[in-house]
Design a protein. Structure first.
Length: 300
């Protein structure tokens, strides 16, 4: 069993911005993420949200705050995809900065792979198709993800969702997400697209093999041969193309979606392509969140 949603600590916040908090979804280098519910913008109904309390020291740079705010607003206004968790807003100048996105009713891919092992080829194709479509929507809106890894991919009963797009705080020129594969933390559209495609491939290799393709390599972009041990043979060619040393040679996400997901499985319910063990855990997490928030509030 994967650890559940933790109770709110008595000494911690009970609200962040317009969101009432119900539990702790997780924590990482950028701060603690809470399950919340509230009205993100005037005229909108109350929403379930993943609300991140951002560590203030990560936002000392005014230019960075402006960039994150811009990316959040662009994501909220211009990105429309069932595979991207909607950005709900942010407040970065307060004593306790926060950033919120729509709550994805599921579990991170990283936790599921760690607990239940790699996915079969059919599941990888559907997952890859959904994630490539997510990147297509982000890039069409003039933004990108910038920090795509298995912890930022949530599997739900409706399919995969990418979360935390545009919220990679304080990364140096080489991304500080444990992979070190970034060509540039501040880059133009083509470079950002290539970065996201590279990251997508590392996510799919992990999902297919429970191994990172560049484990043990400090600078994987200079390594000619990523480790694809355990990846099904039919998936190796498209994934190697995404991991190409030259960013300009990596495929466009839209073409990648077609290459990976020939049957369009990504748009069908995950019950059709995820293993039972994964589905059982996702069901359990959804029920846990319902109990915390209250079933009446859950349905609204």
């Amino acid at each position: 069993m994967i650890d559940g949603i933790a109770r709110l600590p008595e000494a911690g916040p009970q609200r962040l911005g317009p969101f009432r908090l119900f539990g702790v979804l997780g924590s990482g280098r950028t701060g603690t993420v809470y399950l919340g519910r509230g009205t993100a913008r005037r005229g909108t109904r109350k929403r379930l949200a993943a609300v991140r309390a951002v560590r203030p020291e990560l936002l000392r740079d005014r230019q960075l705050r402006a960039l994150v705010r811009q990316e959040t607003h662009r994501g909220a206004d211009a990105v429309d995809s069932p595979f991207v968790a909607e950005a709900l807003g942010c407040e970065l100048d307060s004593e306790q900065p926060w950033l919120a996105g729509a709550y994805a009713h599921g579990l991170p891919l990283s936790a599921l792979v760690t607990s239940y092992g790699p996915l079969p080829e059919m599941s990888i194709r559907a997952l890859g198709g959904g994630l490539a479509r997510a990147l297509t929507a982000l890039h069409a809106a003039g933004t990108g993800h910038g920090d795509l890894h298995a912890g930022n991919v949530v599997l739900t009963l409706d399919g995969p969702r990418v979360v935390d797009q545009g919220a990679a705080f304080g990364r140096p020129a080489a991304f500080a997400d444990g992979t070190g594969h970034g060509e540039s933390a501040v880059a133009g559209p083509l470079t950002r697209r290539a970065e996201d495609v590279f990251s997508l491939a590392t996510v799919l290799v992990l999902a297919a093999s429970a191994r990172h393709p560049f484990a043990g390599s400090a600078l994987p972009t200079v390594r000619e041969s990523p480790d694809l041990t355990g990846v099904p043979d039919a998936l190796r060619a498209p994934l190697l193309a995404c991991l190409h040393k030259t960013p300009e040679s990596r495929p466009h996400p839209e073409a990648l979606a077609r290459a990976l997901d020939l049957s369009g499985a990504a748009v069908r319910p995950a019950r059709e392509w995820l293993p039972d063990a994964y589905l059982h855990e996702i069901d359990g997490r959804a029920e846990e969140a319902r109990k915390l928030v209250g079933r009446g509030a859950w349905r609204r």
